[in-house]
Design a protein around this ligand. Structure first.
Ligand code: NAD
Length: 261
C-alpha cells in the first residue's frame, strides 16, 4: 500500500480486464477511489467485489455518449469529483486491408478512437467544472507508429489516439489538465490470448522484443501511475512507449503466421 494517489478520484474505461484491471488495482493500492466502466458486466461485477468500497462500477459501451457521460457523472456523485482518467477500452481485428469489411473497420475505429474521444471529452468537462485540473491517459499501442499486416484498422485507430492525445493536451493545458498516452508492446492480457494459444505466434512476438520478454499488465499500470501522478506534473501531449524496445523492430507478420506460415 502507498499513498501516491491518496484522496484522488479516477475513472478507468475497460477496467474489468487486462491493463485496465491492473491499473485499477494499482490506483486503489495507492489510495485512489475509482469508477470502472466496461461493457463486460460479469467481469465488472467480480472486480467490484474484489476491490470493495474504493471502487464503483458502471456497465458502459464507450461508443455510446450517454454511457460515457454516466460513467463520469458516477465519479462525481459517488466520490465527489474527478482527478484522473485512464482510457483502456479497446479491441482489434485481423483482416487484410483489401478484404476488410466496413463493419469490422467501423467497430475498431468506433471503440478505440471514437470511444477514446468521447471519454476524453466528458472527463475533461468534469475536470473543468471542478476547476482543479486533472490528468488523462489514453491507451495507444506501438501500432500507433509500427504498421502491422492485417491490422490496418487498429493501427489507424491507435495513430489517431496518439494525435488526439496531442490535440487534447494543447487545448486543455491552460485549464491545468494534462493528457498523455501509453503505447504498449505485446502485453499478456485476454486481448492477446491468441499469442499464447498459438505458440509460433507467441515466439515471433518474443523474438521481436529486444528486452527478451513480453509485457505484463503491471508494466503498463506502473506507467499509468507515473503519468497520472505528481512526478509527471510537466508531462503532457506525449505518448510513452512501454514495450521492451519492441517498436524498434518490425511487427510480426500475423497474416502469414495465422495461416500457419
Ligand atoms: N495487450 C496488449 O498487448 C496491448 C498492446 C497495445 C495496446 N493495448 C491497448 O490497451 C488497452 C487495454 O487492452 P487489454 O490488453 O487490457 O485488453 P482486454 O481485452 O484485457 O481489456 C479490454 C477491455 O475493454 C473492454 N471493452 C471493449 N470494448 C468496449 C466498449 N465498446 N465499451 C466498454 N468497454 C469495452 C473489454 O470488455 C475489456 O474488459 C486497449 O486499448 C488495447 O488496444 C493492449
Amino acid at each position: 500500500m502507498g499513498e501516491r494517489l491518496a484522496g484522488r478520484v479516477g475513472v478507468i474505461t475497460g477496467g474489468a480486464s487486462g491493463i485496465g484491471l491492473a491499473t485499477a488495482r494499482r490506483f486503489v493500492d495507492e489510495g485512489a477511489r475509482v469508477v470502472l466502466g466496461d461493457r463486460n458486466e460479469g467481469l465488472l461485477a467480480s472486480v467490484g467485489e474484489e476491490l470493495g468500497a474504493a471502487v464503483a462500477t458502471e456497465v458502459i459501451d464507450v461508443t455510446v455518449e450517454a454511457d460515457v457521460e454516466r460513467l463520469v457523472a458516477r465519479a462525481v456523485s459517488t466520490f465527489g469529483g474527478l482527478d484522473l482518467a485512464v482510457n483502456c477500452a479497446g479491441l482489434g481485428t485481423l483482416a487484410p486491408v483489401s478484404g476488410h469489411s466496413l463493419e469490422e473497420w467501423s467497430t475498431v475505429i468506433g471503440v478505440c478512437l471514437t470511444g477514446t474521444f468521447l471519454s476524453v471529452k466528458h472527463e475533461a468537462r468534469a475536470m473543468e467544472e471542478t476547476g482543479g485540473g486533472g490528468a488523462i491517459v489514453n491507451l495507444a499501442s506501438i501500432n500507433a507508429k509500427v504498421p502491422a499486416k492485417g491490422m490496418s484498422a487498429y493501427c489507424s485507430a491507435k495513430a489517431g489516439v496518439e494525435m488526439l492525445t496531442r490535440c487534447a493536451a494543447m487545448e486543455l493545458g491552460p485549464k491545468g489538465i494534462r493528457v498523455a498516452g501509453i503505447g504498449p508492446g505485446l502485453v499478456e492480457t485476454p486481448l492477446t490470448e491468441y499469442a499464447r494459444l498459438l505458440p509460433h505466434i507467441g515466439q515471433a512476438y518474443l523474438e521481436s522484443v529486444p528486452l527478451g520478454r513480453v509485457g505484463a499488465p503491471d508494466d503498463i499500470a506502473s506507467a499509468a501511475l507515473f503519468l497520472v501522478g505528481d512526478e509527471a506534473s510537466w508531462v503532457s501531449g506525449e505518448t510513452l512507449y512501454v514495450d521492451g524496445a519492441e517498436s524498434t523492430n518490425g511487427y510480426p507478420d500475423l497474416v502469414t503466421l495465422a495461416a500457419g506460415g
